[in-house]
Design a protein around this ligand. Sequence first.
Ligand SMILES: NC(=O)c1ccc[n+]([C@@H]2O[C@H](COP(=O)([O-])OP(=O)(O)OC[C@H]3O[C@@H](n4cnc5c(N)ncnc54)[C@H](O)[C@@H]3O)[C@@H](O)[C@H]2O)c1
Length: 369
Amino acid sequence: MKTVEVRSPSAGYRVFLGRGILRSLPQELKKAGVTGKILIVSSPRIFGLHGKKLAGVLKAAGMKDTSVELFPDGEKHKTWESCAGILKELFIFEGGSMKKPAVIAFGGGVVGDVAGFAASIYKRGVHLVNVPTTLLAMVDSSVGGKTGIDFSNGGITVKNMLGTFHQPRLVFADTVFLDTLPASEFRNGIAEIIKYGIIKDRALFGFLEKKAGKTMSGRALLHIIEKSVSIKAGIVGKDECETKGLRYLLNYGHTVGHAVEAASAFRYSHGGAVSIGMLCAAAISVKKGLMSAHDIGRIEGLVRAYGLPVEYSGIKPEEIMTILRYDKKFGGGENRFILPCGIGSAAVVRGVKWSIVREAVAERGGGKT
Ligand SMILES: NC(=O)c1ccc[n+]([C@@H]2O[C@H](COP(=O)([O-])OP(=O)(O)OC[C@H]3O[C@@H](n4cnc5c(N)ncnc54)[C@H](O)[C@@H]3O)[C@@H](O)[C@H]2O)c1
């Protein structure tokens, strides 16, 4: 079992990584002070596939005071209603006892974000443990303490509009769960790992290039998860609440990516849209002389090799540009882009000319609008 330490100003915790490590969860829970009542939050799909295993491991270790709250996952259930269901169950389950129950978030990023949000506001915060079951959740959402739900009003839904920072007590990533993950969801996680390589780790990028076209499993899979988690842990340790500009680097590819997702009415998966977004941002870098044409060619080659899209179709560049102008990150009328400066480093660049952004966005249109 491998471990990665996360040391942020508000908390220190460990991320445990490995295959078939779940049986060690109870002992690590006890070490982290998670004893007593535990509410497992998951979705019917994930709990149906793997819930027995998790409940069995806890029971076998004498942790019998558990309850389960399920809500259907998928972005459209990342809502206040799902969160309220968890809060109600926490209230009933606690039953007036003196000790606050802990929450285990057992699922992908949606389960993790909603369960984490509920855990952060119930009685001003209860212990949270993340047991991620998607590659994306393992390398990204389970680490770093961002929790949240989407908010809708008047037909407009804003992603992660309500949220908190609430670090978990520990994260337990067992790659066995990935055996049942659909290939499209696996690719979403790979897109985020490519992102880490571009913004921070040239060697990780090179490793992904070497493994392209081969099955990513065993040691290689653990290696890329560990590297990604270490990068995220390093960034979160220095800029926990996104106030110093460093954590912002993790949004590389996500600005145009979110616009592509929205403009396509979510026809493009998150990973697919982020891949297109990463290429648009890289093209802006090349136009500004921050990166070579050779490097963007490598990024495009890697994205393609992992079955992720390199261009969009069925959307007009103007639709993407309109959404970009409304992006909440562009406060004060000034845009901010995370631009790669070669492979393995990136910078936050302010005030990129809209004409350059438009050109980069239009070039990825594939001419099929
Ligand atoms: N908090 C953060 O820092 C952070 C970072 C990145 C993304 N996110 C959020 O994460 C969410 C996306 O997370 P996601 O990509 O994990 O998607 P998800 O949680 O929607 O899960 C994707 C699908 O995979 C299924 N699934 C999960 N585990 C499975 C398994 N082991 N076997 C079979 N099916 C399984 C789920 O039922 C779901 O249908 C978004 O809401 C995003 O905003 C949060």
